[in-house]
Design a protein around this ligand. Structure first.
Ligand code: FAD
Length: 298
């Protein structure tokens, strides 16, 4: 199928972009990488009368590591591609979780076009980056003709493919905070084929103390509910030796995840299978994250 007719706008500045969005109201859609929107247009699941292409907006394609005194964060502009984030050496050094998760987002060709901010505001329950943003307590900056606001990951996604964005708002930047202390991270997931959306995916952040014992363990999940699920898994693993823990010690974190999560059945997997996967993947990712925390601390 082909999309229904639309007017195409290509602003050169953020001010022009938000003025255009304000002018077209509910009839407009932002076009970023087009990797989700264009198929939806072609299938006529969306039929906006106006498309506002932000790919040539000045200054939106930057990926930066910023330290503003309140802690470092990775800032990703709205036109930066997944691949720009994935292959940024400074980002990989300070926040390896982004690359660890992005390697599981679709295929390289899709990552060459798709944007990180576009993925966040598209809010697919299977999107790795929403889980990463939630795990790190990150935020997204929204601009309109009336000003700008910063929304936390927990407020951004309100349901499957639903966010708190108003139609006149442009998401200009995402901020992924760099965790403090001796930390390690890992992402793992199961999908039917490489590059498919995950049946279950988990990212884990482990913090260790100076004696290299586990201080905290948190995990975020995709495809386990309508919005990204974040769990504190510290209780069963607190104090264990992060580098030398036995697999059964990490399995306790997995059992807690299985008990806490409430996935649904769908055409891809039963809820019981998803719960099982969550347990196995959590234990695996937590162990890998802890080993990386030990390596980074050393
Ligand atoms: P677009 O398609 O341009 O836009 C998506 C939506 O977000 C639209 O509603 C648009 O109006 C809105 N939007 C985009 N940018 C902004 C902005 N700055 N401000 C306001 N609204 C905005 N993603 C995953 O996370 N994991 C996967 O495993 C995965 N697999 C995929 C497999 C295939 C075959 C395909 C085609 C896509 C897959 N994706 C996956 C989606 C991919 O990551 C997309 O890049 C992403 O969902 C949307 O980013 P985009 O830049 O292409 O946005």
């Amino acid at each position: 199928m082909k999309p229904s007719a639309f007017a195409y706008h290509r602003p050169g500045t953020v001010d022009e972009a938000v003025a255009t969005l304000a002018g077209v109201g509910d009839d407009g859609k932002v076009l970023a990488g087009g990797q989700s929107l264009v198929p939806m247009l072609n299938m006529r699941l969306a039929a906006p009368a106006h498309l506002v292409d932000v790919n040539r907006v000045d200054g939106l394609d930057e990926v930066r590591v910023v330290d503003d005194g309140a802690g470092a964060s990775v800032r990703v502009g709205a036109a930066a591609r997944h691949t720009d984030v994935e292959h940024d050496a400074e980002v990989a050094a300070v926040l390896p979780l982004l690359r660890q998760a992005l390697e599981h987002v679709a295929h390289p060709t899709i990552r060459n076009r798709g944007t990180t901010v576009g993925s966040l505001v598209h809010a697919d329950p299977a999107a790795e980056l929403n889980a990463v943003l939630a795990l790190l307590g990150g935020s997204v900056t929204l601009r309109s003709t009336t000003g700008s606001r910063v929304v936390n990951a927990s407020e951004l996604v309100t349901g499957p493919m639903q966010t708190c964005l108003r139609p006149d708002e442009l998401a200009t930047e995402a901020a992924f905070p760099v965790p403090q202390g001796h930390t390690g991270t890992a992402w793992t997931e199961v999908s039917r084929r490489a590059g498919d959306y995950a049946v279950c995916g988990v990212g884990v952040l482990v913090t260790v103390d100076d004696e290299l014992r586990v201080r905290s363990a948190r995990a975020a999940y995709v495809s386990m509910g309508p919005v990204p699920e974040v769990l504190d898994l510290t209780e069963p693993v607190a104090g264990i030796a992060a580098g030398g823990a036995r697999p059964d010690e990490w399995a306790a974190a997995g059992r807690l995840a299985t008990a806490r999560l409430e996935p649904d059945d769908d055409i891809h997997a039963t809820a019981a299978y998803r719960g099982h996967l969550a347990g196995v993947l959590t234990a695996r990712a937590a162990r890998a994250a802890a080993e990386r925390a030990v390596a980074r601390a050393g």
